[in-house]
Design a protein around this ligand. Structure first.
Ligand code: AN7
Length: 394
C-alpha cells in the first residue's frame, strides 16, 4: 500500500516519515493511495491488524493483539434516552484503553525508522500503552506526566512496564510542549497523537463499529481531550466510504468536561480553532487538557460530519460512570463515562431521535482510576467476623 504525509493546512506532501508537523506549523495526515481492500466487513475476527491493508507500515507489526473490543447493546440506558444505544468498550484493550490501537502502529513505525527510544507526555493512558508496546519492542520509553494528576492505575502500568517516568510540576499541555522539545533534541520518537501514524491505528475503531454492527450508526459519541481520537475515527469512516464499503457517515459528537472545554467553546461559537483553557480542571484527569493539539482536525471532523460538541459537569460524569457500571455491567474510568453523560445531555437538548442508533465509545477501563471509585462509592463496610454482624448490615 502506498501513502504520503500531507499537511492539512497547506497541502504540502512529505516523503520523509520522521516528521510530526508541517513547516507551516500545520498538522500532518496520512493519505492512503487507492489500494486493494483484502478484508471483509463480515463481523468476524475483529482486531486492529485485520485492516492491515489500510495501515501505513512496511514491517511485521509489534502487536499485543489489540482491538476486537466488545460492542454492547445497552437497553436500559437506551430506554432512558430514547434511542438504540451501543457502547464500544475500549477498556478491553491489552493496556485497558484505546491508545493500544495507536501504539501498535506508532511503535512499529519507531522500529521501522530505526529509533531506539520513544517518548510522550501523558494524562496517563498514553504512557501506560506506550510503555507496554515499548517493552514488547525492546525500546527505551520516556514519559512526562503532570505530577499528582494522573490516575494510579496508569502510573502503575508505565512504571511496571519499565518506562522512565518523570512528573512535571505543571499540567499536561506544558508537559507536551516540553516533550516535543526533548524529542527534537534527543532523537526520541514522539508518540503523542500529534504523530499521524498513531491516529492511523485509532481509525480502526470506526472500521470495527461498522464491521460488527453491519451498518453505519447515526451518531458516534466520545470524550475529547487532546482531540486525536475523534479525528482518527472520522478519518476511518471517511475511508470506508471512499473505498466503497459504506455509503453514509455518522455525526461525530465530542464530549468535554466543563473545566476543560476548549473544543466545546469553539463549536458553540462556530470557530475553526480553539482558545486554550489555561488551567484545565476535572475529575476526569484523562481529559484534563486545555490546549488540544489536534483541535483543528477535530473541529473539521465535527463540522464535516454535521456533529456537535457538548460539555458535562464532573457530577454528570460520576453519575454516568455509576449508571454504566450498575445498569449495564460496563466498568469505565471517569473520562470514558463522559460519553454517556454526553449522550444524556444530547437527549435533554432534544438532539436524539427515537429510531436512531448511537455508539458511545468508552475509552478506558474502570480499574485505571480506583481512587475515583472510592470517592464515588465510599469504602466497603467493615464488621466483626460473625454471622450476626454481617446480617445486621445486609
Ligand atoms: C480514557 O493519555 O491524552 O481526545 O495522554 O485517556 O484522543 O486525546 C488521554 C486521553 C479519552 C481523550 N479517554 O482522547 C493521554 C491522553 C481516555 C483518555 C481521552 C484520553 P483524545
Amino acid at each position: 500500500m502506498e501513502y504520503s504525509l500531507v499537511c492539512i493546512e497547506c497541502g504540502r506532501e512529505y516523503e520523509r516519515e520522521d516528521v510530526y508537523t508541517c513547516e507551516c506549523g500545520g498538522l500532518l495526515e496520512v493519505r492512503i493511495d487507492d489500494t486493494e481492500i483484502d478484508f471483509r466487513l463480515d463481523g468476524k475476527e475483529l482486531r486492529v491488524w485485520k485492516y492491515g491493508c489500510l495501515l501505513p507500515v512496511k514491517i511485521e507489526p509489534i502487536s499485543l493483539k489489540e482491538g476486537g473490543t466488545p460492542l454492547y447493546e445497552c437497553d436500559r440506558i437506551g430506554k432512558e434516552v430514547g434511542c438504540k444505544v451501543f457502547v464500544k468498550h475500549e477498556g478491553a484493550n491489552p493496556s485497558g484503553s484505546f491508545k493500544d490501537r495507536g501504539m501498535t502502529v506508532g511503535v512499529t513505525k519507531a522500529i521501522e525508522l530505526g529509533k531506539s527510544a520513544v517518548a510522550c507526555a501523558s494524562t496517563g493512558n498514553t504512557s501506560a500503552s506506550m510503555a507496554m508496546y515499548a517493552a514488547k519492542a525492546g525500546l527505551m520509553a520516556y514519559v512526562l506526566l503532570p505530577a499528582g494528576k494522573v490516575a494510579l492505575g496508569k502510573v502503575a502500568q508505565a512504571l511496571m512496564h519499565g518506562a522512565k517516568v518523570i512528573g512535571i510540576k505543571g499540567n499536561f499541555d506544558q508537559a507536551l510542549a516540553l516533550v516535543r522539545q526533548i524529542c527534537a533534541m534527543q532523537g526520541f520518537y514522539l508518540l503523542n497523537s500529534v504523530n499521524p501514524f498513531r491516529l492511523e491505528g485509532q481509525k480502526t475503531i470506526a472500521y470495527e463499529i461498522v464491521d460488527e454492527l453491519g451498518f453505519v450508526p447515526d451518531k458516534v459519541v466520545l470524550p475529547v481531550g487532546n482531540a486525536g481520537n475523534i479525528s482518527a475515527i472520522w478519518k476511518g469512516f471517511k475511508e470506508l466510504k471512499r473505498f466503497g464499503l459504506i455509503d453514509s457517515l455518522p455525526k461525530m459528537i465530542g464530549v468535554q468536561a466543563e473545566g476543560a472545554n476548549p473544543i466545546y467553546k469553539a463549536v458553540k461559537e462556530k470557530k475553526d480553532d480553539i482558545e486554550p483553557v489555561l488551567n484545565p480542571e476535572t475529575i476526569a484527569t484523562a481529559i484534563r487538557i486545555g490546549q488540544p493539539v489536534n483541535a483543528r482536525k477535530a473541529l473539521r471532523a465535527i463540522y464535516e460530519s454535521k456533529g456537535t460538541a457538548v460539555q458535562v459537569s464532573d457530577e454528570d460524569i460520576t453519575k454516568a460512570q455509576k449508571d454504566l457500571a450498575s445498569k449495564e455491567g460496563i466498568g469505565v474510568e471517569p473520562a470514558s463515562a463522559a460519553s454517556i453523560a454526553g449522550l444524556r445531555k444530547l437527549a435533554e437538548n432534544g438532539e436524539i431521535e427515537r429510531d436512531e442508533t448511537v455508539v458511545c465509545i468508552t475509552t478506558g477501563h474502570l480499574l485505571k482510576d480506583p481512587e475515583a471509585v472510592l470517592r464515588a462509592c465510599g469504602k466497603p463496610i467493615e464488621v466483626e467476623p460473625s454471622v450476626e454482624a454481617i446480617l445486621k448490615v445486609l
